[in-house]
Write a protein that binds this ligand. Structure first.
Ligand SMILES: [Zn+2]
Length: 438
């Protein structure tokens, strides 16, 4: 594992990071109290020492001691705030807040052709990113080894960009079992089945590792740092060649038995519609495949359309050209976009009636389709969902682009790190305290 030492200015931060990574063996009263202070600042926002004392129940002297240590390590920072009341003449107050800019995660996203790694801080900024070509004809075990090697080389860069790493995460192209940390199956990556990704990442880096399917990370990233900020009930839907998604409730991604809850692509929007890569007909993904929409615009015959497999085929510039034509008001392109919006409205309408989200976020190539798609969708939605639910849903385009998956990893590491210690946060209950069951 690459060492992160050798940079004096980061020494203090490294000690902070090593404290933050402490698990059950290192539990102590002091570590517990430090976790408690950080959790209070994370969940309740910037606080004065007095407010923090009320929130944590710690004596002021002990609290000051703990805050002093956290300030030295750069985990929290202090700012002076003048009260808004009294025309700015009030006494300035000192507020403490978490400083997440120097704590980071190393992330990896992979598919059949490429591996991309990134260093992201917990405040939501991407500091460094690199794309690596996956070697051809690798077996799955070799592929996993090259993924961990890329991640190790990425981790070695962290001190240069001023980051103390507190976790690593993988965005998997298939379905995953979050509990065991294994990738169950990725249809587009030959041999990639039942892969012990978390174990391999953890062994190779020495850092706590997390895994999720890529679309799930994107949903979490948008909710924590992008178009879903402040929303508690979010449905995220993304279009590439296929359609994926995620459901985030109170900051948590819904999993389902096989980790695929929120994968809206194979919900049916017509009984005998276009053939889908899954073998069915009329799936949302089949209706909205960019290659199919581009072919529709070009005037392809119905037999040609039926031969287009939604997966594994890229529409390339055809789809972008169709969108450009629609934006310029060309009637056939607008008809195609309108048909797509209608199919999307049916699927979203069912999801809205079922889940009652407050916000729907459209990512991937939906963002290219832009505001005209959102406008068509808003028009069609009231006929496809319970009207009172549809009218209260805010539809937004995603904001984070392809970095959203990395930011989702940062979001989960952040919320685990700063969970209240009594709720199973990073530093668990001290031995004498009663453990929660389960
Ligand atoms: Zn399907």
């Amino acid at each position: 594992m690459p060492k992160q030492s050798g940079n004096k200015s980061n020494g203090a931060r490294h000690s902070a990071a090593s404290w933050l990574q402490q698990g059950p063996p290192a539990r102590s009263k002091r570590a517990y109290n430090r976790s408690l202070v950080c959790a209070a600042l994370f969940h309740e926002g910037p606080r004065s020492r007095i407010d923090l004392q009320h929130a944590t129940g710690l004596p002021l002297s002990r609290l000051s001691d703990i805050c002093g240590g956290l300030l030295d390590e750069g985990v929290i920072r202090e700012s002076m705030v003048t009260p808004a009341i009294g025309g700015g003449r009030g006494r300035p107050r000192s507020l403490l807040e978490l400083d997440l800019r120097h704590l980071g995660v190393a992330c990896v996203r992979y598919d059949q052709d490429q591996v991309t790694t990134a260093l992201v801080d917990l405040a939501g900024a991407v500091h460094w990113k690199r794309r690596w070509n996956a070697a051809e004809a690798e077996d799955a075990a070799t592929r996993l080894r090259s993924i961990t090697r890329s991640l190790q080389q990425t981790i070695a860069v962290a001190p240069e960009v001023g980051l103390s790493l507190v976790g690593v995460g993988a965005a998997d192209p298939g379905t995953v079992d979050v509990a065991t940390g294994r990738s169950i199956r990725a249809v587009n990556v030959p041999g990639w089945s039942d892969m012990p990704v978390v174990e391999a990442l953890n062994e190779a880096t020495g850092l706590a590792a997390v895994i999720e399917r890529g679309d799930g990370w994107q949903a979490l990233g948008e909710v924590a740092y992008g178009a879903g900020r402040g929303a508690q009930h979010v449905l995220f839907v993304t279009l590439l060649e296929g359609i994926g998604g995620g459901i985030v409730e109170g900051g948590r991604l819904l999993s389902g038995r096989d980790g695929s809850a929120g994968e809206i692509g194979h919900t049916r929007v017509s009984v005998d519609g276009p053939r889908c890569g899954c073998g069915g007909r009329g799936c949302l993904e089949a209706h909205l495949a960019p290659s199919r929409l581009a072919a529709l615009w070009r005037g392809a015959s119905s037999s040609e359309l039926d031969s287009i497999a939604p997966r594994g085929e890229t529409a390339g510039d055809d789809f972008a050209q169709m969108l450009a034509a629609a934006h310029q008001g060309e009637s056939r392109a607008r008809d195609v976009l309108s048909q797509a919006a209608r199919a999307l409205a049916i699927a979203l309408g069912n999801a809205i009636s079922l889940l009652n989200p407050e916000r729907v976020i459209l990512g991937g190539r939906f963002v290219e389709a832009g505001d005209s798609l959102v406008a068509m969708l808003r028009e069609a939605l009231p006929q496809c969902a319970l009207p009172e639910l549809a009218s209260n849903v805010v539809v937004r385009l995603a904001e984070l682009g392809e970095d959203s998956a990395f930011l989702g990893i940062a979001a989960r590491v952040r919320s685990r790190l700063f969970a209240y210690p009594s709720m199973g946060g990073t530093v668990v209950n001290p031995p004498r305290m009663k453990r929660k069951s389960g």
